[in-house]
Write a protein that binds this ligand. Structure first.
Ligand code: MRU
Length: 354
């Protein structure tokens, strides 16, 4: 796979199409490639909640466009009532999913811009909001490419890499986070092989990461989440790379449920554990991972696979969608600004602090 092929090959999960947003509905993958046109804020909220669009950077981008869709038809006669409606719509969008900070990060960025333009006609402010949403989208594409390029130095010439969930072009503006490192290592002609965790319960690894890597012709094998320990114990994993939905000031981070177990296993086997992330999920306002809200999702995600019931009717279920990996288990963060090593409290602040 050459660089140019990579760009063409990597699917765009979100596109602005002049007057609406087109998303690739990830709930249908890998069986069907279904695009969905979103023209109002309610549909965008539903798309984020139901994970038609998913992955921390992608939901930030989706929320930014969603806010524009929500405000574009508001009356233009009074700034105070416009600002009240902006806050209401932003809160509504932010309620779709709690763990990835990208949602509130994107919405706050737009609200700050609106405030800075408050003396201008509301029609102009609406245009500015769309421009900021497009900027958030474009920046994410650029930043994800830099993450990939920066991470290549950490990948040995020949490596077995284990990854979890989906962190590719589907989860971001383009290229991805952890998968961007994998794509760029492959382009750099490193001999890599990727173990893809299926990622129960919603199977983002099996449905999405396997699909992305196979399209890019990167050698991979799908495994169940519970196989990671065996792979590490038998010397079949050289490094783990994952993404993240939120990083606290001390370097603790939340990612898809099952990530913490991988980090513990990696530490036990002296295997490097890397987290690839743009600045957007880094939340220096919270001190540690204990402050990250963990999303709980519908029991049906565990009791059914596709249309089949796999548990007794009315069984009690606990379904946290994310877990927190303590900073002590993380070897380094791979970011658009370079590789960040411990001490994370100091180094995250000096690179990403205001
Ligand atoms: O629930 P999801 O599928 O949105 O969870 C996504 C992840 O956990 C990713 O690893 C994370 O967003 C970071 S990479 C884009």
């Amino acid at each position: 796979m050459q660089e140019s092929e990579t760009t063409e090959n990597i699917i765009l999960s979100i596109e602005w199409r002049g007057d609406h947003v087109r998303i690739l509905d990830q709930t249908f993958l890998p069986g069907r490639t279904v695009y969905s046109d979103i023209r109002d804020v309610g549909r965008m909220w539903e798309a984020i909640k139901k994970m038609r669009v998913r992955g921390a950077p992608a939901i930030g981008i989706a929320a930014a466009y969603g806010l524009y869709l929500g405000i574009r038809d508001l009356p233009e006669n009074s700034y105070p009532s416009f600002a009240i409606e902006v806050n209401r719509i932003a809160e509504y969008l932010n309620s779709a999913r709690p763990t990835a900070v990208n949602l509130s990060w994107a919405l706050e960025r737009i609200k700050t811009t609106i405030h800075a333009h408050k003396e201008e006609p509301i029609g102009n402010i609406k245009d500015v909001v769309l421009k900021v949403a497009q900027t958030i989208h474009d920046e994410d594409k650029r930043v994800c490419k830099s993450i990939g390029l920066n991470g290549v130095e950490l990948i040995p010439k020949k490596a077995q890499i284990l990854t979890h969930c989906n962190t590719g072009g589907l989860a971001t503006g383009q290229f991805g986070t952890a998968l961007s490192v994998i794509y760029h290592a492959h382009i750099a002609k490193k001999k890599i092989h990727v173990w893809v965790d299926e990622t129960r319960p919603l199977l983002q690894g099996a449905r999405l990461t396997a699909w992305e890597l196979m399209r890019a012709e990167i050698p991979m094998k799908l495994v169940t989440d519970s196989m990671a320990g065996h792979l590490m114990q038998t010397g079949q994993v050289d490094l783990v790379i994952v993404g993240t939905d939120r990083v606290a000031a001390n370097g603790d981070m939340a990612n898809k449920i099952g990530t913490y177990s991988l980090a513990v296993l990696a530490a036990y086997h002296y295997i490097p554990f890397y987290v690839a992330t743009p600045a957007s999920p880094i939340d220096l306002n919270i001190g540690s991972g204990a402050e990250i809200p963990i999303e709980e999702r519908d029991a049906k995600e565990i009791t059914t696979i596709g249309s089949s019931e796999v548990a007794p009717a009315k069984v009690q279920v606990y379904n946290p969608a994310f877990d927190v990996t303590p900073h002590a288990l993380i070897t380094a963060y791979i970011t658009e600004k370079g590789i960040i090593k411990p001490d994370f409290s100091e180094n995250l602040k000096s690179v990403f602090g205001k």
